[in-house]
Design a protein around this ligand. Structure first.
Ligand code: ADP
Ligand code: MG
Length: 501
């Protein structure tokens, strides 16, 4: 790949060493397991968590004479992903054999794509921030390619004191390898990239993105250089399996490289592993014993070809993706970019929000979803899918604020009750007497009582009208927060003889 530097060094992202500032250069290769019922070249199940070696066909076990047959759904998933990455779709691509020996690779080679991948150049817009001014910065990260390949099996060394076992359930499962350009310049950008990529894959339904089940893992390429200089030698940190670890691996690897160079040494291009317990990377193999994979086109498979109509039909069925959704929330619903970003971060959150906002004030719905619902979910460690308050229930609460049935303050209590106990919000308000008091007679009585009990405050407020707020507070307290605040305010002013200037 030709390395083109698309960015000018940004002082904010430099890290300082003993000899001055350094810039980190990062490129990611993400392996994403394709969501499909069966494997890339066989009909065996891809279901996660089944008993070892129960999802294995003769093809996956590489029995002699077995022939691979391409799974059309996996091809469709790769094309959908390419479209979601605004990438070049190649109507003709080639499957190659990547030859190496590994006990969990029964074929002795992996079927992958080398020179002619199914998807070419594309891009992902990441958003980093907020900075001290609360601003987000959008950055375009180039995608080099996406290709399809088989996953390997898994060696198990902890099942027997003197033997290793192998589980071939994963063997032959379809992976998409998504290779970025070396366009990232900080650990935060790399984390934002993986987060955004995962979100796009989940919106598309092409990979479930569950990193803890191994459905998505990243090889992290890191090098350092003096700002704006030549690209340095990179190290590749293999199989990082959480977004947090991606960040930690980059930080520690960059520090390691800077220390070596500043000590007068040079970086050896090598493959490294990240040790989360130590928070550092260690060498796995050097480029000297790097593999020569002897790629060649797999003679068992014809080149993969499809027509434009296939691509067009997939394009027509694509869901709205996070960037478009965000733009629509901002343009049509008047949300801030910040709020819209939070709401589109997960498809399930966006869906929830849209259901609440349908036919209601979008900003108000956004505030409730972000502050109250997401706040409560966060606090209780629940995912949006486990929310005890449904969109219909939250919508009903908002409707009652809008039509004056309850005050905004009471609505917060009501939300908590529905969260804890469930039920129909309107019924709960009725049964618990939570309705806002708009009856001026009752409010007037409360105002009179507070005024009568506090002659000193009356004198002060008459001298300094801003102090009238104290009375409003007292009356709200006396009515259990149920009085209509506007009515209270008007009455307090009238009774104290305060005229608005
Ligand atoms: P290979 O095929 O040997 O793995 P590639 O050139 O295809 O190498 O690059 C693999 C990944 O490494 C890509 O994501 C790319 O962006 C990244 N990369 C390449 N050069 C550098 C560099 N100097 N520093 C950081 N990342 C790099
Ligand atoms: Mg590579």
């Amino acid at each position: 790949m030709s390395l083109v530097d698309t960015r000018t060094p940004d002082p904010k992202r430099l890290i300082s060493g003993a000899t001055g500032d350094w810039e980190i250069i990062i490129g990611l290769e993400v392996h994403a397991q394709v969501t499909s019922n069966s494997k890339l070249f066989s009909g065996a199940s891809t279901h996660f968590g089944n008993a070892a070696n129960s999802n294995v066909s003769l093809v996956d076990a590489a029995m002699p004479g077995m022939l691979p047959v391409i799974n059309q759904e996996c091809v469709a998933q790769a094309v959908r992903t390419g479209l979601g990455l605004k990438a070049q779709i190649n109507n003709r691509s080639v499957f190659d054999r990547k030859n190496y020996f590994y006990p969990d690779l029964p074929q002795g080679y992996q079927i992958s794509q080398f020179k002619d991948p199914i998807v070419g150049e594309g891009k992902i817009i990441i958003s980093v921030g907020p900075d001290r001014q609360g601003q987000f910065e959008d950055i375009e990260i180039g995608i080099e390619r996406l290709h399809l390949e088989q996953d390997a099996g898994k060696s198990m060394h902890d099942q027997h004191p003197s033997m290793s076992y192998v589980d071939l359930n994963r063997s032959g499962v379809a992976l998409m390898e998504i290779v970025s350009k070396p366009d990232m310049r900080s650990a935060d950008e790399a984390k934002a990239y993986v987060t955004k990529l995962r979100s796009i894959l989940r919106y598309l339904g092409t990979c479930d993105g569950n990193m803890d089940e191994g459905s998505m893992r990243a090889d992290v390429n890191v090098s350092v250089r003096k700002p704006g200089g030549e690209f340095g030698t990179r190290c590749e940190i293999k199989n990082v399996n959480s977004i947090r670890f991606v960040g930690q691996a980059i930080e520690s690897e960059a520090r390691r490289q800077i220390a070596i160079i500043e000590d007068g040494g040079t970086i050896d291009q090598e493959t490294r592993l990240f040790d989360p317990a130590k928070g550092e990377t260690r060498s796995m193999r050097s480029k000297e014993d790097a593999h020569d994979y002897r790629y060649f086109p797999d003679p068992d498979l014809l080149p993969l070809e499809f027509d434009d109509a296939f691509v067009e039909s997939l394009k027509a069925d694509l869901p709205e993706l996070p960037d478009d959704k965000k733009a629509r929330f901002v343009a049509d619903m008047g949300l801030s970019v910040y709020d819209a970003s939070i709401l589109v971060s997960e498809k399930a959150i966006a869906d929830y929000f849209e259901e609440v906002a349908r036919g209601r004030d979008g900003k108000m719905a956004a505030n409730w979803v972000i502050n109250d619902l997401l706040g409560a979910l966060n606090k209780s460690g629940k995912a949006i899918e486990e929310t005890p308050v449904s969109p219909a229930q939250l919508g009903a609460i908002i409707d009652m604020i809008k039509d004056g049935t309850i005050s905004g303050k009471i609505a917060k209590d009501l939300f908590e009750i529905i969260w804890e106990e469930g039920g129909d919000p309107a019924d709960v308000v009725e049964k618990r007497g939570m309705k806002q008091v708009t009856d001026t007679g009752a409010i007037e009585k409360a105002v009179d009582e507070v005024i009568a009990a506090n002659p000193d405050q009356v004198a002060k407020a008459q001298a300094k009208p801003a102090l009238a707020g104290w009375f409003v507070g007292q009356v709200m307290k006396a009515t259990g927060g149920k009085a209509n605040p506007k009515a209270v305010q008007d009455l307090v002013k009238a009774k104290l003889g305060i005229v608005d200037e």
